[in-house]
Write a protein that binds this ligand. Structure first.
Ligand code: UT7
Length: 323
């Protein structure tokens, strides 16, 4: 069976770190509130870094880790919802930074916090169709640019960063089953509007818009849909959920992960977390976590691993991998 194997990972975080105490100097909040409601203690924010610079650094490290040369990469997909530029897309800018030749295709995908799993699934479909042979997938967010730094209900939650993976088709291990879903009818729960249209027939009235979230609605959505899509992939793959070694989840909130683990009747120790350090980095959270657990040696050949992302759209999905 042809699978899509992750052969190298990398990540890059911006230098500046803000603690919960730093946040309480900005808005009416406290370390106690943030840590007990979310698990988050610090977050990294882009200062001199950009989305493109973080994405390129993470990608460079992933390629080094995979031993992959720029000429071998024939597809670049960047998952992001907080682009530096409307165009060129981030993937083309990463291509330029890394000297990947013009034989490669390069595009961005906006599936918010589910972006990395959707991108991995897209590459998997291309590989199954025999179209590409080695791909670079990046999840990156400079999401701090979309945040209202006077809104305590959102500004304490998010952070910037990038993670990347190099993937290739393999018979030995990789993606076994995928599940991906979207429900646009619930999209209002988590929104960041673009600037309004302004042209000779339409006058712009709106000021700059920032992330608005109905936290409780998103929380309820996550704790019901995520266990469902995880069951979907393990059932389709014919794998007993107890035989999965690690569940690598989008890092939004520790309480969401605890609830997902409980609903799946799986030990929370199988859910590694780094949201304490980085907050919610949207599309970057899964590949950053993947890079960390990979470098810590927690991923063992032949073991089953589940990835799952969820967020704005609303969108969600899961991947079953044999490592
Ligand atoms: O990656 C995309 C997916 N996003 C998510 O997964 C986020 C999902 N949602 C959540 O993680 C949680 O809903 C939050 C962490 C966002 C909020 O936690 P909550 O337990 O649902 O709190 P809440 O929104 O019900 O707010 C409780 C109280 C409110 O005050 P009142 O109305 O009870 O007086 C808020 O105004 O906490 C207040 N509050 C804060 N207090 C101190 C909201 N934000 C803060 C804050 N510091 N930063």
């Amino acid at each position: 069976m042809m699978m899509t194997r992750i052969i190298g990972t990398g990540s890059a975080l911006p230098e500046a770190v803000l603690t919960n105490d730093d946040m309480s100097a900005l808005v009416e909040t406290s370390d106690e509130w943030i840590a007990s409601r979310t698990g988050i203690r610090t977050r990294h924010l882009a200062g001199k870094e950009s989305g493109v610079s973080m994405a390129s650094e993470a990608a460079r490290r992933a390629m080094e880790n995979a031993g992959a040369h720029p000429e071998e990469i024939d597809l670049i997909i960047v998952a992001t919802c907080s682009v530096d530029n409307f165009f060129p897309n981030t993937a083309c800018s990463v291509q330029k930074e890394l000297g990947i030749p013009n034989t490669a295709a390069a595009f961005d995908m906006n599936v918010a916090c589910a972006g990395f799993v959707y991108a991995l699934h897209t590459v998997h479909a291309y590989f199954l169709a025999g179209i590409y042979k080695k791909a670079l997938i990046v999840g990156v967010e400079a999401i701090s640019r979309l945040i209202d730094w006077t809104d305590r209900s959102t500004c304490v939650l998010f952070g910037d960063g990038a993670g990347a993976a190099v993937v290739e088709p393999s018979e030995e291990g990789g993606v076994i089953c995928i599940s991906q879903h979207a429900d646009g009818s619930l999209g209002d729960a988590l929104v960041c509007e673009n600037r309004e249209i302004e042209n000779p027939v339409s006058k712009r009235e709106q000021q700059l818009s920032y992330i608005k979230m109905n936290g409780q609605a998103v929380f309820k959505f996550a704790v019901t849909r995520v266990p469902e899509c995880i069951h979907e992939v393990v059932d389709k793959g014919g794998v007993d959920i107890n035989d999965v070694s690690l569940f690598l989840m989008h890092q939004a909130n520790e309480r969401i992960l605890q609830s997902v683990a409980k609903r799946l009747k799986v030990d929370i120790a199988k859910f590694p977390m780094n949201l304490q350090k980085y907050g919610n980095t949207s599309a970057a959270s899964l590949p950053i976590l993947l890079d960390e657990v990979s470098r810590e040696g927690l991923l063992k050949r032949g073991e089953y691993v589940v990835l799952s992302g969820f967020g704005a759209g609303l969108t969600w999905g899961a991947t079953l991998l044999k490592w």
